[in-house]
Ligand binder design. Structure first.
Ligand SMILES: Nc1ncnc2c1ncn2[C@@H]1O[C@H](COP(=O)(O)OP(=O)(O)O)[C@@H](O)[C@H]1O
Ligand SMILES: [Mg+2]
Length: 227
């Protein structure tokens, strides 16, 4: 089942002399449960692409369909709600709210959406993340690996259609990197959670089902490595 489709996506930052074409007519689709790695040189447009897929910033041209909903064919309020419910975003530097506890950070998307927190579901998730003894801690009392596990918890708690991660292990040592990738893979395999990860780590890319290479804002290669 197709969960994501992008058509002729383009993004130009700035205008006139200073305009930068960061994405130049990118099209592809992703099936539910796929694990896609996105690779490419620095400045090639990877983060821009992820922001367009995630509803973070509007494209200049083209369309993004998530489960057949045209994501940008709506106003800012509806887009924010859609993003909160359907997209799980994970960043290199975690982007946790410093004044909220681990538990509050994880459940934040549900609270913003006025949804009740299912205690059992939260317990299970927290155990999966191995954060059961850190629930009352603040982000700055945690290691980098633990903070990234909190951000993964926040990304999956609402069962999003897609999880998007931009260099999720870029700030971690190799042991913590492996833990984070193993966790993302487990969520992908166990719950058929669709996963798109930007990485410059070849060992991570080779664990994906498919590798899309971006160069100069275009798809240079799109290879299925695990059908
Ligand atoms: N907010 C922005 N304003 C202007 N230019 C930007 C902005 N974000 C990215 N760019 C430019 O767009 C191009 C692609 O950037 P980016 O998507 O961050 O690449 P990558 O993630 O592959 O390193 C680069 O030339 C970058 O300088
Ligand atoms: Mg980037």
């Amino acid at each position: 089942m197709e969960i994501l489709r992008i058509e002729h996506l383009s993004k130009i930052y700035g205008t006139g002399e200073s305009a930068v074409k960061a994405l130049d007519g990118v099209s592809f689709s992703v099936q539910k449960g796929e694990f896609v790695a996105i690779i490419g040189p620095s400045g090639s447009g990877k983060s821009t692409l992820l922001h367009m897929l995630g509803g973070v910033d509007r494209p200049t041209g083209g369309k993004v369909f998530v489960e057949d909903t045209d994501m940008y064919d709506t106003d800012e309020t509806q887009l924010a709600i859609f993003r909160r419910r359907q997209i799980g975003l994970i960043y290199q530097f975690y982007n946790l709210i410093p004044v909220l506890t681990v538990e509050e950070n994880i459940t934040l998307p549900l609270l913003l959406d006025k949804q009740k927190v299912d205690k059992q579901l939260l317990d299970n998730l927290v155990k999966t993340l191995n954060l059961q003894h850190r629930l009352r801690h603040l982000p700055n009392q945690l290691s980098g690996g633990q903070q990234q596990r909190v951000s993964i918890g926040r990304a999956v708690i609402g069962s999003p259609a897609i999880m998007l991660a931009d260099e999720p292990t870029g700030n971690l040592d190799s042991k913590n990197s492996k833990e984070i990738i193993d966790l993302l893979k487990m969520l992908n395999k166990t719950f058929q959670q669709t996963l798109i990860v930007i990485t410059h780590d070849e060992r991570i890319a080779l664990q994906a089902d498919r590798i899309i290479s971006i160069e100069d804002g275009r798809i240079a290669k799109d290879e299925v490595i695990r059908p």
